[in-house]
Write a protein that binds this ligand. Sequence first.
Ligand code: PEP
Length: 252
Amino acid sequence: MAGNWKMNLNHQEAVVLVQKLAWTLSDKKHDYGQVEVVVAPPYVDLRSVQTLVDGDRLRIGYSAQDVSAHESGAYTGEVSAAMLAKLGCDYVVVGHSERREMHGEDDAVVNTKALRTLAAGMTPIVCVGEGLEVRKAGRHVEHTLDQVDGSLAGIDPEQVASLVIAYEPVWAIGTGEVATPDDAQEVCAAIRGRVRDTVGADAAESVRLLYGGSVKSSNVVGIMDQPDVDGALVGGASLDPAEFAAICRYYA
Ligand code: PEP
């Protein structure tokens, strides 16, 4: 279960959110043992999250929300994969629809970012998913599989097995409009099938597929019931520690 905070919270609020989440997750009444919990704060909070996680041995992983496509050099304002690895990030979100839409990132850029993330020893959370027009035209599976092909090009089979791919229909992000569990399953099954066809059965079995788009504690169970959905990428609802913890114990 990964919580994408986007560009929200001040630094103190970010620290408090991690502390509250950790406190809730340590509640012995609930066994969160089977769920890997990850937060994706803004870059400026990562050092403090690292200190909290390392200092208190919290069972919370953390992710950056993006990474530079470049290794190092004259790229003002960018943050490299090596820098994020140094901060102890486990994951990096690449190709979020907000990056694709507002910053013109195409599959080639997403692919470069995924490769840089892997080379630095972290796991990319590769986001794919269609907009409303594509969905209305019934081309959502084809469109999403094209993004998968483009974003994963040249990644070694063993590395594909360790990836996280998040299917996030753009029309369901931050809109309150959640795809039905069947919609999520249809595309996640197609993604797993594509990994099976292009990389192999082992990679298809191990790759983790998340659904993202207005996930809340009230709709997570139906989504997680789907055989090809392994987790969720949660935006708005991850800013509330009690709500995000409730999403993380969807199985209880
Ligand atoms: C997201 O930003 O990846 C996301 C899924 O947002 P929300 O849960 O708010 O729709």
